[in-house]
Design a protein around this ligand. Sequence first.
Ligand SMILES: NC(=O)c1ccc[n+]([C@@H]2O[C@H](COP(=O)([O-])OP(=O)(O)OC[C@H]3O[C@@H](n4cnc5c(N)ncnc54)[C@H](OP(=O)(O)O)[C@@H]3O)[C@@H](O)[C@H]2O)c1
Length: 235
Amino acid sequence: MRPKIICHMITSIDGRLLTGRLEAPIGVTDRDALIWSNYEAAEARLPHDGWMAGRRTLQRYASGQTTHDLVSPMEREDVVGDPGKRKIGVLFDPSGRLDMAQDCLPDHLVYVFSTRVPQAHAEKVCATGASCLFAGPDGYDIASVLPRLRDYFGAASLLLEGGGRLNGAFLQAGLIDETSTLIMPAVDGLAGVPAIYDQPGASGDRPAAGQPMRLLAVETLDGGVVWLRHVIERR
Ligand SMILES: NC(=O)c1ccc[n+]([C@@H]2O[C@H](COP(=O)([O-])OP(=O)(O)OC[C@H]3O[C@@H](n4cnc5c(N)ncnc54)[C@H](OP(=O)(O)O)[C@@H]3O)[C@@H](O)[C@H]2O)c1
């Protein structure tokens, strides 16, 4: 059994990902403070045992980028650390590129690697007390990882917190149960800026096909940010 997955994101009214590009709403001087206070207040109201994010989103918490050659795919055993009373933070880092200090985030870090990450890198990461799980030869087998997060850490509910690529992969795999979307009173407007769900594919592909949604709640937060919550069902 896998945890319930709630995708929690903040966006412009045209659904774009990069909040640093947006104008502050009228009457608001500090755009970033408005974004973070609303994002964190909403997050605190969503029951969850941890969060998940993609390698590019997490890069800003890293001290740098690790460079190493990938090895041939091989049998790997998960290494499970002890989160204690902490939440878990799941880092989807297929090639083992993130160089994270032990205390860069307050949560118990769980790295999801491909089976091609060098053993020395996995051992270095595990030596910090973090957990390392393996998700196939490309590291993209998210469906196989989720039940292990429940088995190893008792995670019943997790927030999926971007970016657009990882959200898109979860959506296409039918692995999102609810969405929690904060809409800033701002438009991005530039063609090509990524969306908060951003799965690559051919023009006829429909990553959300067969996944109708139902509105759960709407609330207006500080600065005119609108919080929408939806449930996703699967046909
Ligand atoms: N508006 C918001 O609420 C919000 C929230 C979070 C992030 N962001 C912004 O989003 C941007 C990053 O988003 P992004 O879409 O470029 O990247 P992302 O989703 O954060 O990370 C994508 C990377 O995750 C790895 N990955 C592991 N498994 C994957 C899978 N199954 N499918 C796809 N990727 C997988 C890959 O790493 P490799 O490349 O190493 O293979 C991939 O390139 C940042 O600018 C961040 O600030 C915004």
